[in-house]
Write a protein of this length. Structure first.
Length: 223
């Protein structure tokens, strides 16, 4: 039996107050989410639109939902009315579609720019040059129904802790550069989402403000 509230207490011991914990509840049943909710957690992360919508309909309305998966353009309309933060926006085209769907429901949707920081080709995200190009053109700043709140990145899946640390450090450096160059006047550009169950403590040491922790809280996923 997986004791979710005990697991949360363990994780919380390693998270300073200024860092937000996103409980990654994807593929876990409502009962598990309720147990975490009753332990005081309010921010939950999902990666499938259909699953997120189902949970939004049936779980307490004060839950703050983060979308942390790879988002498809044709699914944005379903989550735009209620999602609190989209972690992984990895293309300008996706930003445009989020802007369009947010405008339809009269909302400004909070988003993080996903940067490609890992060695694996399979991970999604902007390269530094791609993001520079979009920001320099001013096109991203023109999207009035999107609020850029910071960056998100996933480290390489490796046991080499030093490599992971360097990837996180690089993302923090980029965050600071962008804050100075493009977002100096915007207080909303303040989040750095990096770190998961295996490496969240490293991520916090390197400046993360949002950690996405799933298996350490809920146990292995039920697919």
């Amino acid at each position: 039996m997986n004791n979710i509230s005990t697991n949360i207490q363990f994780v919380r011991k390693h998270i300073p107050e200024h860092v937000q914990l996103v409980c990654v509840s994807k593929f876990h049943p409502n009962e598990s989410i309720i147990e975490a909710y009753e332990s005081g957690e309010r921010i939950f992360g999902e990666s499938k639109v259909q699953e997120l919508c189902g949970k939004y309909e049936t779980l307490p309305q004060d839950i703050i939902w983060h979308f942390i998966g790879h988002l498809q353009s044709n699914k944005i309309k379903y989550i735009a009315p209620f999602v609190s933060l989209i972690h992984g926006v990895d293309s300008f085209k996706l930003f445009e579609e989020i802007n369009k769907q947010a405008a339809k429901v009269g909302k400004v949707v909070n988003c993080l720019v996903q940067m490609h920081i890992a060695q694996e080709e399979t991970k999604f995200g902007f390269s530094k040059d791609e993001l520079d190009q979009v920001l320099k053109s001013g096109a991203l700043q023109e999207l009035k129904n999107v609020r850029i709140c910071g960056l998100m990145g996933m480290a390489t899946f490796t046991s080499n802790r030093e490599q992971i640390r360097l990837e996180f450090r690089g993302l923090k450096t980029l965050f600071d550069e962008l804050k100075t160059s493009y977002f100096a006047s915007e207080s909303s550009f303040c989040e750095l989402s990096m770190g998961m169950s295996d490496d969240y403590q490293l991520a916090i040491e390197e400046g993360s403000t949002l950690v996405r922790v799933g298996s350490l809280i809920f146990g292995n996923r039920v697919y």
